[in-house]
Design a binder for this molecule. Structure first.
Ligand SMILES: [Mg+2]
Length: 280
């Protein structure tokens, strides 16, 4: 990354040196970079920014408002109330995993390291998650956790153990679904919605709300669909921030956990500079 910054600076200095012309580094040229995890800045933001925490509080506050409204409106004959939530980066966060990855010079997202980390119960509750989930319980609103994970044998027990270690309510087999072979949450969400009036869904990825977003893999299409559904966000869908992983990464690289290759680093750089201002 250092070399890349130096070359970009050099380009800027040269262009300013010959007058008012401003240039930007060419997006198309793969550049040699000193290796560091490309997500370091995002991990630092996750670990330090009060704004990151505030977004969780904001999300849970909005969700709680709808929970309270639904409880107040509920009639005896109505279906029981529920919320559906994703786990990772929605009600639990993984600062320690990212710190470990970067401290050990691992690149991008590292699946084997993730698989070692999950059973250690080192994850943390998302800011405000425990208060919100306990509030649901106090109000008689059931919480269903629907997550997509695969650590091989024991995947389910590990996920359940993660929730129980943090003292989350409804951390039991009736309320936790772990999808191992698919990330399609819709069938389970529909099953829940048959028996319950689902107040809101919470997630950090659009796929946590509707499968149609997953099928649209191009990031411009995802952005377009999100704009078309804008009224659902903050009303039926509560989205939490996640700048390190998810389908937004897949929309760039074609997979959520891309290999650390020169080509992928070049694509990252090209994506970052695609809307660069300046004259050539
Ligand atoms: Mg998630």
């Amino acid at each position: 990354m250092k070399k890349l910054l130096v070359s970009a600076l050099a380009a800027t200095v040269l262009s300013f040196g010959i007058g008012s012309e401003v240039t930007v580094a060419s997006a198309a040229e793969p550049q040699s970079v000193t290796k560091s995890n490309i997500l370091t800045m995002a991990a630092v933001w996750k670990q330090t920014a009060a704004e990151y925490r505030a977004l969780y509080y904001q999300g849970f506050n909005i969700a709680q408002k709808y929970v309270d409204e639904a409880v107040a409106k509920k009639k005896k004959k109505d279906k029981p109330l529920a919320v559906i939530t994703d786990m990772d980066d929605t009600v639990v966060i993984h600062d320690r995993y990212w710190a470990h990855l970067i401290a050990n010079g691992e690149e991008f997202f590292d699946d084997p390291v993730w698989d070692k980390y999950i059973p250690t119960n080192s994850l943390l509750p998302a800011p405000g998650a425990l208060d919100f989930l306990n509030h649901c319980k106090e109000k008689g609103v059931e919480v269903f956790y629907v997550t997509s994970r695969d650590q091989g044998e024991g995947t389910y027990e590990m996920a359940l153990g993660n929730l129980q270690a943090l003292g989350f309510p409804y951390a039991d087999k009736e309320h936790l679904t772990v999808l191992v072979d698919t990330s399609n949450k819709e069938p389970r969400q529909k099953e829940i919605a048959e028996k319950y009036n689902v107040i809101v869904k919470l997630g950090d990825s659009l796929n946590d709300f509707q499968r149609k977003y997953y099928i649209k893999k191009d990031f411009e299409e995802r952005n377009l669909m999100t704009a078309m559904d804008k009224d659902l966000f903050g009303t039926k869908y509560i989205i939490m921030p996640n700048p390190t992983d998810g389908h937004w990464i897949a929309a760039i690289f074609g997979q959520s956990e891309p290999e650390d290759t020169e080509e992928n680093r070049a694509l990252w750089q090209k994506t970052a500079t695609r809307n660069a201002w300046g004259e050539k």
